[in-house]
Ligand binder design. Structure first.
Ligand SMILES: *Cc1c(COP(=O)(O)O)cnc(C)c1O
Length: 353
């Protein structure tokens, strides 16, 4: 058991009213823990949410040594608070940590920290359909040192943000831009780690896609620019001729927990799933032959994001009838049902606080 010192705020904020949006409102408290070389992780605490003070020379500001995670807490109709597969986030955090030379956080401590801070701010979890409390654990390197070396001190923090329904009027298809110039990651790089640097590398293409009227970027591999990787903050799936295809984990894409859950559910349902290399030509051909039945992204924020339109160079493909495919809808209903306690949880994914 982690000994967590809790200091409650003397000035609780008013809870937000109306539309919540995403990532702009924070709860009353946050979890903080320090790492010091020789001491390990220490001083676990929950304190009032506030700005923090750091030297402008901190390693994180100059060389980007940082890791983050993303998960959600849900309030069920039964009044209970649920997390979804938090041990998977803990495990992935350490895969990122290892790649980034950040000290590992024992997985039980990671989960305990998340549970403890969510518990303190439990009454911030919104209850309307589709809403949740977004949980953002992260580590930053805090040595005040301009030399390039792994930091010897770190901060692990968990902040919480009540978030609105991703889709206010039910699932809605998005338009995706297949980027053929910029790349996000290469094998051997940090593509599989959840870290700010990957997002920084993605911004220019995202701006380009937005300017052209598309909401997200689909990345191709960094060497041949031929094989499908993933979307901005989502993994990607294609239903082709009755089979569901998704790029295999190859070191340059993020191993999404929603991705893993979708693969498991499809297998349970007896839908054939293939994790392998998928070329953009294969998709264009499937589309020409009328076999590209559904395309959807998977990630914690949207859960399932149906793709209605895919652009590649001069081609703009409309997927199916441009609406929401039956497999996308069923996956969305099932995963959100499990997360919020509406459906049975045969795979043991839901964790009650
Ligand atoms: C977080 C993330 C995902 C989705 O992962 P989930 O665990 O399903 O939320 C996909 N791609 C990238 C680049 C990510 O950072």
């Amino acid at each position: 058991m982690l000994d967590i010192k809790v200091t409650r705020t003397a000035t609780p904020k008013a809870k937000p009213e109306g539309k919540l949006g995403f990532g702009k409102i924070f709860t009353d408290h946050m979890f903080v823990m320090n790492y010091t070389e020789g001491m390990g992780w220490h001083d676990a605490r929950i304190v009032p949410f506030s700005d923090i003070s750091l030297s402008p020379a901190c390693v994180v500001f100059h060389y980007g040594q940082e890791m983050f995670e993303g998960m959600k807490a849900y309030k069920g109709a039964d009044g209970k608070t649920y997390l979804f597969r938090p041990e998977m986030n803990a495990k992935r955090a350490n895969e990122s940590n290892k790649r980034l030379c950040i000290p590992e956080i024992p997985e039980d401590i990671f989960v305990e920290a998340v549970k403890a801070v969510v518990k303190v701010d439990e009454d911030w979890i919104p209850t309307e359909e589709g809403t949740s409390l977004y949980v953002r654990p992260f580590v930053i390197a805090t040595d005040a040192f301009l030399g390039v070396a792994p930091s010897k001190t770190y901060l692990f923090m968990v902040i919480l943000s009540p978030s609105g329904a991703y889709y206010s009027d039910g699932l809605a298809p998005v338009g995706i831009w297949i980027e053929d110039d910029y790349v996000r990651a290469v094998k051997g790089g940090i593509g599989y780690a959840k870290t700010g640097g990957n997002y920084c590398a993605s911004l220019a293409a995202q701006v380009k896609a937005h300017d052209a009227g598309f909401s997200q970027v689909l990345w191709l591999d960094g060497v041949e620019r031929r094989y499908i990787e993933e979307v901005g903050a989502m993994n990607i799936f294609f239903k082709v001729d009755g089979k569901v295809l998704t790029p295999m984990l190859n070191g340059s894409i993020l191993p999404g927990i929603t991705r893993n859950s979708v693969i498991n559910l499809l297998k349970e349902w007896g839908v054939p799933v293939e994790e392998r290399r998928i070329s953009v030509d294969e998709l264009l051909e499937a589309q020409q032959n009328g076999k590209l039945e559904e395309v959807f992204g998977t990630g914690t924020a949207a859960v399932i994001s149906p793709v209605g339109k895919l652009r590649y160079k001069d081609d703009v493909m409309t997927i199916g009838d441009g609406g929401i495919g039956p497999v996308s809808q069923k996956l969305y209903d099932t995963i959100t049902g499990i997360q919020t306690g509406k459906l049975a949880d045969p795979l043991g994914w839901r964790v009650t606080l």
